[in-house]
Design a protein around this ligand. Structure first.
Ligand SMILES: [Zn+2]
Length: 131
């Protein structure tokens, strides 16, 4: 894109009575404005294209404690929440098969819904015999 003529310069030219030169500058200005408009349209198209791509590719959903990527009907994951929140990286945590997951990158420890606390809880179990 060429540098647009300065509006002040045009005013100066008119003041000096140099109307031909001023007209030339005004023409330049109009051409410049058209260029800017066209570029604006191109950029808008590009932004839309990238947004569409992003939405399609990174259809990331949150299901505590992880992120998942939805790909049509399929669900890919899980991915470390901390890494995604921090840097937008989809990192697969390691499954320790007991409901515990660890992220190889940020070392965060996750417990999913299958995790059972190893220390016995005093709950309602003792009362089952009476009902
Ligand atoms: Zn992580």
């Amino acid at each position: 894109m060429t540098l647009l003529p300065n509006y002040k310069d045009i005013v100066e030219l008119i003041k000096k009575g140099a109307t031909i030169e001023a007209q030339e500058k005004i023409m330049e200005l109009r051409e410049g404005a058209l260029e800017v408009q066209e570029e604006n349209i191109r950029l808008r198209e590009k932004v839309k294209e990238l947004e569409d791509k992003l939405n399609k590719k990174e259809n990331v959903i949150w299901e505590a404690p992880f992120y998942w990527r939805k790909d049509g009907d399929k669900k890919d994951g899980p991915f470390c929440a901390q890494c995604y929140d921090k840097a937008g990286n989809l990192i697969r945590p390691l499954d320790h098969k007991n409901g515990v997951w660890t992220c190889p990158t940020c070392k965060n420890i996750y417990k999913d819904s299958s995790y059972r606390d190893p220390s016995p809880q005093s709950g309602s179990h003792g009362w089952d015999a009476f009902t």
